[in-house]
Every structure is written in structure tokens, then in C-alpha cells.
Design a protein. Structure first.
Length: 429
């Protein structure tokens, strides 16, 4: 039996304690599968005295995570503190400088500093692994870097934030407003301390930036993501989309086109019969498309102690086995600077608007669309309780957002709109 692999864990929240439990409870299984005992040498967190339900007296305690990262009895520094800068980044850099392997669940740090950290790790011939940073228990990083290594990836898309998916599906099933479900989710502890990270799409965009880098061989480019959250989605949109055969999801999409790298995190409509359309609650789903494999769908829990700790331990086991891979699937120095697409590929769009009760109102809307080169695939009109406005739903044929914006601007000058149009892209799988 080889020497034990010794972990130093910084951050003892939900995920950190989940890792401690797995190391303790599955010691024999981990040893059998890796050929090495896996142990914990030392830990670090903000509070030593907090009751975490498990005694940590067997482990050395470090108040400073940087000191933990440098300890001689630590082979792998496990960073579970979070935050794109500050202690997490300082300790990660210190660990790599000290010749340690690093495992992290820190999507924000990787999205903002992934290139520099990857170059540092590879120059030191050390691993920097992050399965837990994207989609919780779904092993999407391993699938991209290993399982699909022989594929040219054509598209990555998915629901990457369980809190947003919970809010949208709860609005639909309970018929509640966004504000009501947001308050409910916050009260249940489903949202980050800064809820904008979730509902603003930032958390999910961090994950998309990482996946895009691996899929397309580019440097992580969070700034290149077109970003929109779910705050403007109303119960009326959810009902209207359902009536047209769609579900609304906060959807991340990355694809390399002749125009450059297209990266979007925004509310979209997907067919209600599709795998993404049927996704409920806090579950995540990633769809990967490759030139050889065509399409695969990965579904599973995107957060929580067990699923995320499971992902951390997957990386621990790979290091214990001696598996060494470039951080983003190919040497960091060969990653290309991402060229953001100046415009995205055409797609159908959903439009919802209120029209005043005037003769020819609908004809003026149709004319505005036609003059902008946007054709209508189908349309529905509904009566309105106040009899002053009618709800109109339109699904267009494929068009660009630029053309649609021209049409909307023209509509706004017709005097027939009782409500500003809502426009959402439709993605087909």
C-alpha cells in the first residue's frame, strides 16, 4: 500500500463537512478503489468553536487557510471557502507554490482567475481540479475532459442553477408571482447570501464560462457572456409559454460559430416535451453535443452536501490514483483567447404584448414585424378582463435579436401597445 494521501480542508460549511463525512464513513471503499488510504491532516474555517455535529479534534486546526495550504503534512489542499478573490485565491496560489495539488468548488474564482491558476498549476506539475464547481453531483467536467475527449464539441447548454429552476417551476405549479416565490426560496435558504448571484444568473454564468473553456479550447471568458437573470419573468409569461407548448428556463448556451464564441445565460423557452422542459425543482441538467457522440444529457442534483462532496471526492480519488490532466483539458498555454461573437445565431422568439382595443391594432404589429424581416410562425390573441387591452402571443420564425429589436421599436411608435413587449429566445434541442 502506498503512503496515505493527506488532505487539508479549508472551509467547513455544508460541503466541507460533507467531505469529512465521506472520508470517515467510506475509508475502506476509498482505499480499495485508489490503492491508498485517504486521510485528513488539518482543517481551517472562520470559527473553531462552532458545533458542526462531528468532532474535529483528530485534525490540526489552522486559523489562516494560507498556513493550512503550506503545511508539510498536507498533500492536497481542498478549497471550499468560496469567493473569487481574498483568502480562497491567496490560499490556492500558496498551495500550488508549495507543491500541493488543489481541489476547489469555487466557480467564481475559476471564472475570473482560471487561466492564471491553470498556468501556475501546470508549471508546477500539480493538479488543479474542480468537478464540484459546476453542477454539483453531475460529473460534467470528467465527461468533457475524458469521456468526450475524442469529440469536437459543437454546443453546451443547460440549466445550471437549481435555485432559479426551483423558482420558475414553483411559479408554474403553484401559480404564484415571482416576488412570492423569491421570498419563499429565500426563507427556505435556497438562495445565496447575495441572491443576485442566483436570480441574476451570475452563479450559472460562472459555470458556463468554465464549461465553455473546456469544450472549445478557449481561455475562460466570463466577461464575454451575454447575461440576463430571471427577475423580469412573470407568471403571465409562464402561463402563456405553457399555452404555446413551452417552459421557461434560465438557460446557459455556449457554441463556437463563424462569428466567434457565443456564450449566453438568459431566460429562454424550451419545448415542454424536451428533457430540459421536463426538468423540475432544484435539479440541474447539462446537454453536450459532439460531432461523434451527437447529444448526451446529464441530469442530477446541482448542490447540497452529499452531491457536491461526492464531486470533491471524485477529484481526490483521481489524484490518489496518480491521474494527471491539464486543468482545462489541454495545456493552459495552448488555450486561445476567446473571440466573442458579435451577434448570436438566429432563432425563433416568443413575444407577449398587450394591445389596446383599436381597429387594426394587430395589423400594425404584424406590419412592424414584416418590415423588420421577422415572419410569424403562429399567433394567439386573448381577451382581457378590463376590455381595454388584449394579450397577444406570437412565435416567430428564426430571426436575429437585432431584427426583432427593430420591430419592437417600430411597434412602440404605433400607439397600439398597452404593455411593452416581452421577448424571449426559443431554444430547440
Amino acid at each position: 500500500m502506498s503512503q496515505p494521501l493527506r488532505l487539508g480542508i479549508a472551509g467547513l460549511g455544508t460541503v466541507g463537512m460533507g467531505v469529512v463525512k465521506i472520508v470517515r464513513q467510506q475509508a475502506a471503499l476509498l482505499s480499495a478503489r485508489t490503492g491508498r488510504d485517504i486521510t485528513i491532516s488539518a482543517v481551517s474555517a472562520r470559527s473553531k468553536d462552532k458545533d458542526r455535529g462531528i468532532s474535529l479534534s483528530d485534525y490540526a486546526w489552522e486559523t489562516d487557510p494560507v498556513a493550512l495550504a503550506k503545511r508539510d503534512d498536507v498533500d492536497v489542499f481542498v478549497e471550499l471557502m468560496g469567493g473569487e478573490d481574498g483568502p480562497a485565491k491567496d490560499a490556492t496560489e500558496a498551495a500550488l507554490a508549495a507543491g500541493k495539488h488543489v481541489i476547489t468548488a469555487n466557480k467564481a474564482m475559476l471564472a475570473m482567475h482560471g487561466q492564471a491558476l491553470a498556468e501556475q498549476a501546470e508549471a508546477a506539475q500539480r493538479s488543479l481540479r474542480f468537478e464540484a464547481a459546476v453542477a454539483g453531483g453531475i460529473p460534467v467536467i470528467k465527461v468533457l475532459t475524458e469521456g468526450l475527449a475524442g469529440n469536437g464539441i459543437t454546443r453546451v447548454m443547460g440549466v445550471m442553477n437549481g435555485s432559479c429552476n426551483y423558482i420558475l417551476t414553483r411559479m408554474e405549479t403553484a401559480g404564484l408571482s415571482y416576488q412570492d416565490v423569491f421570498a419563499e426560496a429565500d426563507g427556505l435558504g435556497y438562495l445565496e447570501a447575495d441572491p443576485q448571484l442566483d436570480v441574476g444568473g451570475i452563479d450559472a454564468a460562472h459555470k458556463l464560462a468554465i464549461l465553455s473553456s473546456i469544450a472549445f479550447g478557449t481561455r475562460v471568458d466570463f466577461a464575454g457572456i451575454e447575461l440576463e437573470g430571471i427577475e423580469r419573468i412573470s407568471i403571465e409569461d409562464i402561463r402563456a409559454a405553457a399555452d404555446m407548448g413551452f417552459k421557461i428556463k434560465l438557460l446557459g448556451v455556449a457554441q463556437k460559430t463563424g462569428r466567434g464564441l457565443e456564450q449566453r445565460m438568459q431566460p429562454c423557452l424550451v419545448p415542454d416535451t424536451s428533457p430540459l422542459g421536463q426538468l423540475q425543482g432544484g435539479t440541474n441538467m447539462i446537454v453536450l453535443e459532439g460531432d461523434a457522440v451527437e447529444q448526451i444529457v446529464l441530469r442530477g442534483p446541482g448542490a447540497g452536501a452529499g452531491p457536491t462532496a461526492s464531486a470533491v471526492m471524485s477529484d481526490v480519488c483521481d489524484i490518489a490514483r496518480g491521474l494527471s490532466l491539464p486543468v482545462f483539458g489541454q495545456p493552459a498555454t495552448t488555450l486561445e483567447a476567446a473571440k466573442p461573437a458579435l451577434s448570436v445565431l438566429p432563432a425563433p422568439y416568443y413575444l407577449r404584448m398587450g394591445l389596446v382595443d383599436k381597429p387594426g391594432a394587430l395589423a400594425k404589429v404584424a406590419a412592424a414585424l414584416g418590415e423588420a424581416g421577422v415572419s410569424i410562425e403562429r399567433m394567439r390573441q386573448y381577451g382581457h378582463a378590463d376590455l381595454e387591452a388584449a394579450q397577444v402571443l406570437i412565435v416567430t420564425h428564426k430571426t436575429t435579436r437585432a431584427s426583432l429589436d427593430v420591430a419592437i421599436e417600430a411597434m412602440e411608435g404605433t400607439g397600439v401597445l398597452a404593455q411593452a413587449p416581452v421577448a424571449l429566445r426559443i431554444e430547440h434541442l
